[in-house]
Ligand binder design. Structure first.
Ligand SMILES: *[C@@H]1O[C@H](CO)[C@@H](O)[C@H](O)[C@H]1NC(C)=O
Length: 254
């Protein structure tokens, strides 16, 4: 009875996350007793490994955006995870997640997000621009398949990759075609499309919860910051190079 009731409520709440274990909290602790671990995808079920040898779940190397765990999408090498969800073809969906980076390695961490039948979208996090901050990534698509696989993967070589947390997928209702034709479908409210704001509220709440914890982390993180200095310097070099290039293009240096 209670379960049925809970389900009924969950499905009527607009903007409910269609993904399971989007926060990577459900099983990671059972599979990882250390600060971070390279393990099988049972640690993130029902997410599965789509390509690559193993996944990495991370607890204390940095602070997760929410909960205790996040994922560096490079274990020893880059990998891709996926989760298959039942979607309504023709509905518009918004996938959001929070992105950070494992600060070692190359300073610009790149990856991609995709859904079956839709073009993939590239994302990146570079230490020069974002300096260890969690940034939101938004991917919008119209479902073409009742069984859609969401994939998120690293395209960064090596063992230090983009880090993700808090993956949320919401149904925005029937997509409006570009030519103005609207697929008739039970009069679903198309204003649902503006669900993006709900996501923002949610994020805002999380941020508030986190503020206190973040302070702890900043202190703890000092070692890390010091270690990171070499890397930051590298980042600055690259920045300088970039600026140089940018200027080079605009100015008549040569
Ligand atoms: C980081 O990589 C992305 C994706 O390849 C690229 O668009 C972006 O310009 C890069 N940023 C820097 C600062 O190199």
């Amino acid at each position: 009875m209670l379960t049925t009731l809970a389900l009924a409520i969950a499905t009527t709440v607009s903007g409910a996350n269609l993904l399971k274990n989007g926060d990577f909290e459900d099983h990671a602790a059972q599979h990882c007793k250390d600060s971070w671990c390279i393990v099988s995808d049972s640690a993130i079920a029902p997410w599965q490994l789509v390509s690559g040898p193993a996944v990495e779940v991370d607890n204390t190397p940095w602070k997760a955006y929410s909960g205790d765990w996040s994922m560096d999408l490079c274990g020893d090498v880059p990998y891709t995870i996926g989760q298959t969800v039942a979607l309504t073809p023709g509905d518009a969906y918004t996938l959001t997640f929070m992105l950070n980076e494992n600060y070692c390695g190359t300073y610009n961490k790149t990856g991609f997000v995709s859904a079956t039948g839709s073009p993939q979208q590239v994302f990146f996090h570079n230490s020069a621009q974002f300096a260890g901050k969690w940034i939101p990534v938004t991917y919008q698509f119209v479902a073409t398949d009742a069984n859609t696989q969401i994939q998120i993967g690293s395209t960064t070589a090596g063992s230090c990759g983009p880090v993700i947390d808090n993956v949320i997928l919401v149904d925005n209702g029937v997509a409006i075609a570009n030519n103005g034709q609207q697929k008739a479908k039970g009069g679903k409210c198309t204003s649902k499309k503006v669900n993006v704001n709900k996501g923002k509220d949610k994020d805002g709440k999380d941020d508030k919860d986190k503020d206190d914890d973040d302070k702890d982390k900043d202190d703890k993180g000092k070692d890390k910051d010091d270690k990171g200095k070499d890397k930051d310097d590298k980042g600055k070099d690259s920045d300088d190079k970039d600026n140089g290039k940018g200027k080079h293009d605009d100015d008549d240096d040569n």
